[in-house]
Design a protein around this ligand. Structure first.
Ligand code: NAD
Ligand code: DAU
Length: 336
């Protein structure tokens, strides 16, 4: 068995990754380290808790990380403060976890000579104009906009520097916007689904012309496994499912339609300051060098993936109901 340490494994993508790993990759013996912030929920792993080792702790804790990294073969690093709107209200936790936490992991990985895969985001590249024909590639210069994306960019730079200066065995992936089960209801898609389920109108920031290159979380995680197994050490891989033609307004209208509401049963609210306009990913390297293919593709893929996600939030209302009023009250303070 290969020992795998998953940081942030009680969060949205990390928890889906742990489920995916146990289902498709039985060769891994999984340990999760998670601080259980507001975004981490041990219930995300409830059905498989007896099959993983779960450690509640902070990735900034040097002693703990040194011990956990010493005991593992590979670290898959998801843990982060991940929500842009929160980073605009209170940037410090983003600097602490995303930068100092990643530094702490890097030092442990260096000391114990362990394999690392670092999970990052398309937001490190900044944004594109709506009519720009380009997509982000592995060579696109970094130009982050928000406290969140700048701290993720900082963490990527640290990983790259540790690869070059110390020769650590690491890979990096930059993925676009994920959706699927277990995503916190502060995020765009689950917020709107749970709004409709709570008889609240969905909330669209500004005009809604912004474009996100949506990918189902299982497609992200299948790519991460492929990179772990076949990726070239030291390399970066872009992960994206070619959904960069769907703007926020179209996503909200599709959710309304799939949930039996009129396509215009939503309202415009205050825009996000510094709101990135468009992200678009060119995942040619991952597809040609490693042979990756997403399962949920294009507009129909998003429709199918969204329907499955709507079904999940509908069937699992005990997972989100207690949080709903608090999340909406926080948004209401910003006129959102
Ligand atoms: P999330 O906010 O749902 O989960 C983050 C997890 O990290 C939570 O369980 C939280 O408790 C844990 N955590 C936070 N601070 C910690 C600390 N100091 N020590 C230990 N654990 C801590 O985030 P997510 O959406 O699942 O994102 C996971 C990773 O993927 C992040 O690195 C994010 O930047 C990246 N990413 C996310 C997306 C997306 O669309 N959500 C897209 C691309 C990349
Ligand atoms: O691009 C990858 C990134 O995707 C990840 O790195 C981040 O961790 C993740 O949170 C996500 O960032 P975004 O800021 O793009 O996601 P969010 O779900 O917050 O918003 C998606 C879009 O929807 C964005 O253009 C803002 C808009 N929006 C968001 C909310 C919460 C709305 O119109 N209404 C809303 O209520």
């Amino acid at each position: 068995m290969t020992k795998m340490l998953v940081t942030g494994g009680a969060g949205f993508i990390g928890a889906n990754f742990v489920h995916y790993t146990l289902k498709h990759k039985p060769e891994y013996d999984v340990t999760v380290i998670d601080k259980l912030t507001y975004a981490g929920n041990p219930d995300n792993l409830k059905s498989i808790l007896d099959q993983v080792n779960f450690v509640t702790g902070d990735i900034c804790d040097r002693e703990l990380m040194d011990k956990l990294v010493a005991e593992t073969d590979i670290v898959v690093h998801f843990a982060a403060e991940s929500h842009n709107d929160n980073s605009l209200r209170e940037p410090w936790p983003f600097v602490e976890t995303n930068i100092i936490g990643t530094y702490t992991i890097l030092e442990a990985v260096r000391k114990h000579d362990k394999r690392l895969h670092h999970i990052s985001t398309d937001e490190v590249f900044g944004d594109l104009e709506l009519d720009d024909p380009n997509r982000f590639t592995e060579e696109t210069p970094y130009n982050p906009s928000s406290p969140y994306s700048s701290t993720k960019a900082g963490s990527d730079h640290l990983v790259r520097a540790w690869i070059r200066s110390f020769g650590i065995k690491a890979t990096i992936s930059n993925c676009s916007n994920n959706y699927g089960p277990y995503q916190h209801i502060e995020k765009f898609i689950p917020r709107q689904i749970t709004n409709i389920l709570s008889d609240i109108k969905p909330k669209l920031y500004g005009t809604g012309e912004q474009v996100r290159d949506w990918i189902h979380v299982d497609d992200h995680n299948s790519a991460v496994h492929l990179i772990i197994e076949q990726g070239k050490l030291g390399d970066t891989y872009i992960i994206g499912a070619d959904n960069d033609h769907v703007n926020n307004k179209a996503v909200i209208e599709l959710i309304c339609e799939l949930m039996g509401k009129g396509a215009d049963w939503y309202e415009h609210v205050n825009d996000r300051p510094g709101h990135d306009m468009r992200y678009a990913m060119n995942s040619t390297k991952l597809r040609t060098e490693l042979g990756w293919q997403p399962q949920y593709t294009d507009q129909d893929g998003m429709r199918n993936g969204l329907q499955a996600t709507i079904d999940w939030y509908t069937e699992n209302d005990e997972w989100w109901k207690a949080e709903k009023a608090k999340v909406e009250a926080k948004y209401a303070e910003q006129g959102q």
